[in-house]
Design a protein around this ligand. Structure first.
Ligand SMILES: O=P(O)(O)OC[C@H]1O[C@](O)(COP(=O)(O)O)[C@@H](O)[C@@H]1O
Length: 359
């Protein structure tokens, strides 16, 4: 999807991005700067800053510093262990890295982050609004289990420019997912993968650590129409509604529309569980109202849809839901189109009982 370029200096900026492709691969900057996507200079500049921020986070989560940071914050000065839902140090550091990159891009009006109570207004003339979960899955970090950064990009709504800052920051951040112009996740795992869509396919780039570049490794990802893997925290089985219990019982036994027994995979790290689902197919879900519409469900649904799959809350298309609160939570089902369709046919699949689990 093309985006307008208020600065209008397309050729100049894009040609500055260089023309070399490393080791026969196309780099992300080549792809967005001149060869692949036609997205306009402003978005190229913003993404250049964001991909650099994610490289910093990738280095941070893999560094010995990360466990030290965690130890320092996990215990307060009174020796009390912090509550499970309190922000972890790496969340905060990652948030600061992303915010600094958005500020220095000069292209962002506001950032809404899962880590902040309200959106941060950055620049009146910034053409874009960025919503982000800077470090998802950080509760896994001590065990070196994969984590990820998620972000979505909207155009700034110029019709709101006259409003007070707090109001326009909030309303710009509450845009419906179908207005996204780009979405991305970065997976920090055995490889660091940046998966992005501008509304014309979903493409994944792998960080070549020797060169420091993201290079195109998975152009036009197509999620299989049907998978054989379901991904859910099924210790919650007894809190599930009947529809979801029946669905999982059925596919486990190979008695569903696809006549083979499904396997379970659950990392408990949303970006990692989704990335596997995009590649192998199936369904990744969190049926309780835990994940956030603005920061997680919308950007990830955009990426899944662009890969030919579906994002649902169990009843409706995620991208059609109008957010009413910044930190709104909901049930989330992402995956292969036929699997999601079958799941929805079981009626009540949203877990309404959410007692606040210990781990
Ligand atoms: O505890 P559950 O229901 O299995 O939730 C796990 C999910 O929560 C997350 O850890 C996000 O939760 P936080 O935003 O509280 O870190 C996801 O990465 C993961 O998919």
């Amino acid at each position: 999807m093309a985006s307008s370029s208020p600065s209008g200096s397309g050729f100049k900026v894009q040609s500055l991005m260089g023309s070399s492709s490393s080791e026969g691969f196309q780099t992300l900057m080549d792809y967005i700067g001149k060869e692949g996507a036609d997205i306009g200079d402003d978005l190229v500049i913003l993404l250049n800053h964001l991909q650099y921020a994610c490289k910093k986070i990738a280095a941070l989560v893999a560094s010995p510093v990360s466990s030290k940071l965690r130890q320092q914050i996990e215990f307060s000065e009174f020796g009390q262990r912090m509550a499970r839902d309190k922000p972890k140090p790496l969340d905060i550091v990652s948030n600061e890295i992303i915010l600094a990159s958005l500020r220095s891009s000069g292209k962002v009006a506001a950032m809404a982050s899962e880590e902040d109570d309200s959106p941060v207004w950055i620049a009146d003339n910034g053409p874009y609004i960025v919503v982000t979960d800077p470090l998802d899955g950080s509760r896994n970090i001590d065990a070196s289990i994969p984590t990820g950064t998620i972000f979505g990009i909207y155009n700034r709504l110029i019709e709101l420019d006259h409003l007070p800052v707090t109001e326009k920051a909030l309303l710009n951040s509450l845009q419906c997912g179908q207005r996204l112009i780009a979405a991305c996740y970065v997976l920090y795992s055995s490889a660091t993968i940046l998966c992005i869509s501008f509304g014309s396919g979903t493409h994944a780039f792998t960080l070549d650590r020797s060169l420091g570049d993201f290079v195109l490794t998975h152009p036009y990802i197509k999620i299989p129409a049907r998978g054989q893997i379901y991904s859910v925290n099924d210790a919650r089985y007894f809190d599930w509604p009947e529809g979801l219990k029946q669905y999982i019982d059925t596919i486990r036994q190979g008695k569903g529309e696809y006549p083979k027994k499904y396997s379970a995979r659950y990392i408990c790290s949303l970006v990692a569980d989704l990335h596997r689902t995009l590649i192998y197919g199936g369904v990744a879900m969190n049926p309780r109202d835990h994940l956030r519409l603005v920061y997680e469900a919308n950007p990830l649904s955009f990426l899944v849809e662009q890969a030919g799959g579906r994002g649902s809350d169990g009843k409706s298309r995620i991208l059609s839901i109008q957010p009413v609160e910044l930190h709104q939570r909901l049930s989330l089902f992402l995956g292969s189109s036929e699997d999601i369709e079958e799941l929805e046919s079981y009626g009540e699949v949203q877990q309404k009982v959410n007692p606040g689990y210990e781990v």
